[in-house]
Unconditional design. Sequence first.
Length: 413
Amino acid sequence: MWYNWDIDKIMSKTDRTSIFTYTEKKSIYSLSGVLFFRMFSIFILLPVFSILALDLEEATPFLIGVAFGAYGLTQGLLQLPFGIWSDKVGRKKVIVIGLGLFIIGNLLAATADSIYLMILARFLQGTGAISSTVFALVADLTRPEVRTRANAAMGVSIGTAFAIAFIGAPFLGEWLGLRGMFGMIAIFTLISLVLVITTVPNPEAIPMMPDNSSFLNMILKVWRVPTLRTICWGGFVCGIGLSSTFFLIPMIMVNHGYDSGEMWIIYLPMMVAGASMMIFASVLAEVRNRFREVMLFGIILLLLSALAMGIAQDQQMLLWFVAALFLFFMGFNIFEPIFPSLVTRSSTAETKGTAMGVYNFAQFFGHFAGATLAGAMYLNNFYIFILLIVLAEFWFFYLTLSFTNPEKSIKKI
């Protein structure tokens, strides 16, 4: 991990204790591998699903939007129980079960010939809700002072998967079709499952939540932390933007005569810009303790993206749509490494899984809402949709103004 090495080199100049230990490196590398295959399987669909799904029986823009976002709905709903479950029975057991459910969902999707069966398959895919558990396991296996960098290293794995998926998706979509892509995803998920079982270290024994802790009480305990509420709203906003942007723009580009096989020409420089912004955000947030300032800058990029999207729709200019895509992706990548770190810093050993579950619920519910609303409002209410996004981003900006950087003061749940 070149990014991991660079961050260690920067930090070692000021704090030798912040260098990753051998166990931390092994944990980060193995979980990064698991997350790479897992997230590649998700990202490979983003740039092509809305286009390929048009060939399914009874497909409409609205139903395609529902299918696109259905995964996020069940992911969001199950992040909470899976996160709480991992606090009770252990992280690895939950991850293994979640990956198994994801494989079953992909196999069903590979056989789908109608949009309704695809919606069902996407709902089933979402039952493999392991994101909160994976990041909670990272927190279990790393020290607090290196956790942002650990999450950044995981973010690089996600970013690499994102880059390869977006560049390869147009070619794989034409070669394999939608069914073949889901079959490929099932194979990659099986690889992730093997990695979890064979290479991921077991954390030292951590305090488990008592069996009589109620679901509602655990959620309320997490939700009372103002820091976490702000982060959850930010995750919801980013989720809406991610699913709606990559639902709309591929279809818009095709409608403007852009060949789907040439989209890598846009996606490749977009990846470079996003990775550069991720590195900037991670280093500035942790080294300078400027989490709040970095978050405000990211929100400004999201607002500019929404503005560019509105201008593009008004003038019907592809260049503005591409600008909106770049601005959103750079803003989105600012939040990717720092949000999980801030969530785990706000939690105790007993509630990391629950806290990550609350955060991931907000994020994945945003995925569902973004794709579904975009599909419903794309043709006749586009500007209302943009207005809703802008209002959500302004509220995120307002909440972040009172956000306290963690080393100064952060309440533990």
